[in-house]
Each structure stands twice: as structure tokens, then as C-alpha cells.
Design a protein around this ligand. Structure first.
Ligand code: DC
Length: 217
């Protein structure tokens, strides 16, 4: 078991995972960690280095050579690759397009999963991604799986002014061999298309309390 409690949140692309996870983290005073940001940062770096994303061996070689740092700083995730914070670049259309390919590479997942697991030694976490409840922290009793109608998710992305390949990413993320996106059998399913963030957080708090999590109010 991790030293601190971990709330694992998985789900489809543009399902509102980040909004929900951040709101839940704020509500209970846990550090919010967006693991998609880490995979996006690695993707951006590979693209900057002109590594062909169709070449998993080249990606594996590059990830083993570059310095990747994952830490908590002032209650937030701080992620650096080759000393650079990729934040300004991670929502670019080319990153949306390439990230599912890079996320399939075993060496990338192995490195990032180990760094994600190490964060739970430092603080209680709300961690979101695709494999948090199934692979990164399968032993946590606190798991949610978020989804919404694909139309609603597509509208959400275009309202954010982004070009995203949601269907394509969902297909790649759930069909890959390595840690595919799937709902853990013990996860609570939430539909972000039918409920507001406040309602989702309220439902989550009830579930967490029923699982015995002590939350300071
Ligand atoms: O959460 P997001 O849409 O920003 O994630 C971007 C991509 O990163 C997603 O399409 C697949 C990959 N990812 C992953 O494979 N495992 C995670 N734990 C988080 C994200």
C-alpha cells in the first residue's frame, strides 16, 4: 500500500477527468496529479527531437537517455524533461495526435508509472489518467471511472478551442497491449455528461466516506 491515500481516477479523453479531479483534490486537501500531462510532455519532447513516433525502439532509446523529473512542489505536480517544463506545449494539436502512440511504448510507461508511484510517498493524492486504478495503484480502495457521451466530449474540446482526436485516442488507449484503458471492477462509474462537477464531487465524497476514508471538513 502507498504511504498516503490515493484516489484513482481513470476515464476517456475529454471526459472532464481533470475538472473533477482538481475540484475533488481542492475539496479534500489532496494534491492533484494529472498523469496525462506527463505522457503529453514526453510526446512533445520526442516531437521536438524529431523521433518518429512510429518507431517504439527509438522512443525507448530516447526515454532511457533523457532526464525525466517528477516531483511535488508547492502542492502541485512539477514535471521536467531534459530540464524543461513542457506545460506551454502539451495541448498542441500535434501532441493530441501523437500522445496515444507514445503512451504505448513499454519503456515510457515503466518510467512514468514508477515516478507516479513514488509521489504517494510524499502526500495524499488525487491522481488521474488511464491506468491509475488498474496498474499504478491497483490496491487503493478509492477508484472512479469517468465517461460521457462522445458528442458531449467532442463539444467540450471544441469549446476549449482545441483540435483533438478523441475517438482515435480512445480506440488506441483502450486497445493497446500495455496497460489499456479499462474500468477497474471496483471503480465507481461517473457520467460527467449528466451531472455537474459539484454533483460528481458530492457523489465521490459519499463513496469515499462509505469506504472509510476520513476527510477533514
Ligand atoms: O488525460 P489526457 O487526455 O491528457 O491524456 C493524454 C494521453 O496520455 C491519453 O490519450 C493516453 C495517455 N495516458 C496514458 O496512457 N496513461 C495515463 N495514465 C494517462 C494518460
Amino acid at each position: 500500500m502507498p504511504t498516503h491515500p490515493v484516489i484513482a481516477i481513470d476515464g476517456t479523453a475529454a471526459s472532464g477527468k481533470s475538472t473533477f479531479s482538481r475540484a475533488l483534490g481542492q475539496r479534500i486537501g489532496y494534491t492533484y496529479v494529472n498523469t496525462g500531462f506527463m505522457y503529453r510532455g514526453v510526446t512533445w519532447y520526442m516531437q521536438e527531437k524529431n523521433i518518429p513516433l512510429t518507431d517504439p525502439d527509438a522512443i525507448a532509446r530516447e526515454i532511457s537517455a533523457v532526464q525525466v523529473e517528477t516531483l511535488l512542489h508547492n502542492g502541485e505536480l512539477a514535471f521536467r524533461i531534459a530540464g524543461v517544463d513542457p506545460l506551454p506545449h502539451v495541448r498542441e494539436a500535434r501532441v493530441n495526435e501523437g500522445v496515444s502512440q507514445v503512451s504505448q511504448v513499454g519503456a515510457v510507461r515503466k518510467l512514468l508509472v514508477a515516478q507516479q508511484q513514488a509521489l504517494a510517498e510524499q502526500a495524499p493524492l488525487v491522481m488521474e489518467g488511464r491506468d491509475i486504478g488498474t496498474v499504478v495503484f491497483p490496491q487503493t480502495p478509492y477508484k472512479f471511472y469517468i465517461d460521457a457521451d462522445p458528442e458531449i466530449r467532442a463539444q467540450r474540446r471544441s469549446a476549449q478551442g482545441e483540435t483533438d482526436v478523441i475517438k482515435h485516442r480512445d480506440a488506441q488507449d483502450s486497445q493497446r497491449q500495455n496497460s489499456p484503458l479499462t474500468c477497474a471492477p471496483d471503480a465507481v462509474r461517473l457520467d460527467s455528461g449528466r451531472f455537474s462537477v459539484e454533483e460528481l464531487v458530492a457523489t465521490a465524497l459519499e463513496h469515499l466516506a462509505s469506504r472509510g476514508l476520513k476527510i477533514a471538513t
